[in-house]
Design a protein around this ligand. Structure first.
Ligand SMILES: [Zn+2]
Length: 425
């Protein structure tokens, strides 16, 4: 059913037409119909819009004033205290969903230039048109690209936003330098790709943008753009000593830490260990076949006997339990780890704002690799075996450790040096 026929039947049509949202409603309905929203949902959304439009009218607000802050103000301040005479209530959740959709639609429509726009908005209008009509880019991606390009253009035009000056490589360098401390590698990569797309657009208009594109760093499309964090021997010793094993909770957390550190299990694997996954007789874990190191077996036994006294009737089959018989999840494990790190006065390092359970698994893998090298075990076989043992999906995931652990990098460099010497003789 076309949008206008649909609107003709709507009870709140009059309110919508009289509000600042009037002209936006037909494309709004059209978009919902195209995306096959249920008729009942569309009706609810339109009632919510009519209410929002009625409020905007009363507050003498214009369509241009709509942004996330305004819709939030309507939901947080107006809805709870609403005394509107009309019966237009759609519930808070539906109203929020309807307004989110409206914001999305407006973000998509706005880059289209109007005569009064400043040069940056006008430029983004043209760029947005190019993305939509020539590249066929989805509205959300389009909005994100325009947002990133706006940040660059606003930065480069400085105090004079009314002038769109030609860009230079040096400006792009300093712009990126302001972002690098704040952005994670993945976000930086998206930003660079978006700027590259803008430079391609300018190149189509006949500008030479090769130098500008070359200024943008190529950020690897790889989750391993960060570095592995492993504990040093001294840290490891301090860490293990910090547990007070006379306390049942810390006894449990100590056994968990040993599973991560000595067996290289992931937090998820530890959380899902069950009573049946521990094969005491053969000294293995059956979840994936993991031989138990004697030190870990001892800790698991110590914990298991204490647990059976404290929680004789557990509410689940998991191995590690809370006092109420429920399983210890990863969040609880992480909380214990962070509490302990605070006790040791350890600051998080590198790309992550917090200490992570994964740091303990990294410690295991790095420790094993160093041991292999010390023992002169053939590196390729060792890495392959370790990769299989820890359950990495790709062997490159294991080789990644060579890129960020100084000790391993030194060993790899020495080996390469010896190899190069041998080859030149
Ligand atoms: Zn109201």
């Amino acid at each position: 059913m076309p949008a206008d026929q649909y609107l003709a039947r709507l009870s709140c049509r009059q309110e919508l037409n009289n509000s600042p949202l009037g002209a936006t409603v037909p494309p709004y309905v059209e978009a919902l119909l195209t995306q096959r929203y249920a008729k009942s949902t569309i009706r609810l959304y339109l009632h919510a819009l009519a209410h929002f439009g009625h409020w905007m009218e009363a507050e003498t607000l214009r369509l241009e004033s709509i942004d996330a802050a305004l819709t939030e103000r309507f939901v947080r301040e107006h809805l709870p205290a609403c005394t509107c005479s009309m019966s237009l209530h759609s519930g808070v959740a539906d109203t929020q969903a309807a307004l989110r959709y409206l914001l999305k639609l407006l973000a998509h429509q706005r880059p289209v230039k109007s005569p009064g726009d400043d040069p940056i908005t006008a430029e983004l209008g043209r760029f947005g048109d190019y993305l939509q009509n020539i590249c066929g880019v989805a509205p959300q991606t389009n909005a994100r690209r325009c947002k990133d390009v706006r940040a660059l253009l606003a930065y480069c035009s400085g105090a004079e936003p009314l002038v769109l000056s030609p860009l230079s490589g040096a400006q792009i360098d300093t712009f990126l330098a302001t972002l690098i401390p704040r952005l994670r590698p993945a976000s930086l990569r998206v930003m660079c790709n978006n700027l590259r797309s803008y430079f391609r657009y300018r190149a189509l208009l006949g500008e030479s943008t090769d130098t500008l594109s070359a200024t943008l760093p190529r950020v690897a499309d790889w989750r391993h753009a960060t570095l592995p964090k492993a504990l040093s021997d001294a840290q490891l010793e301090a860490f293990l000593k910090a547990f007070d094993c006379s306390n049942p909770v810390e006894l449990r957390d100590y056994a968990i830490a040993r599973c991560l550190l000595d067996l290289g299990l992931s937090g998820d694997e530890v959380a899902h260990l069950t009573l049946k996954s521990v094969d005491w007789r053969n000294g293995t874990l059956k979840r994936r076949l993991v031989p138990l190191h004697p030190s870990v077996t001892e800790q698991l036994r110590a914990y298991a006997s204490r647990r059976d006294q404290l929680v004789p009737q557990p509410a689940c089959a998991q191995f590690f339990l809370r006092d109420d018989g429920l399983p210890v999840n990863q969040r609880a494990m992480l909380y214990s780890l962070q509490t302990l790190c605070r006790k040791l006065d350890w600051q998080p390092r590198g790309d992550h704002a917090h200490h992570r359970l994964h740091d303990l698994r990294h410690t295991f893998i790095v420790g094993r690799m160093l041991r292999f090298y010390e023992q002169g075990i053939d590196s390729e076989h060792a890495v392959l075996a370790l990769s299989t043992y820890v359950g990495h999906a790709r062997v490159s995931d294991t080789y990644w450790y060579f890129t960020g652990v100084p000790e391993l990098m030194t060993i790899a460099a020495e080996r390469f040096h010896r190899y190069a010497l041998g080859a030149s003789q």
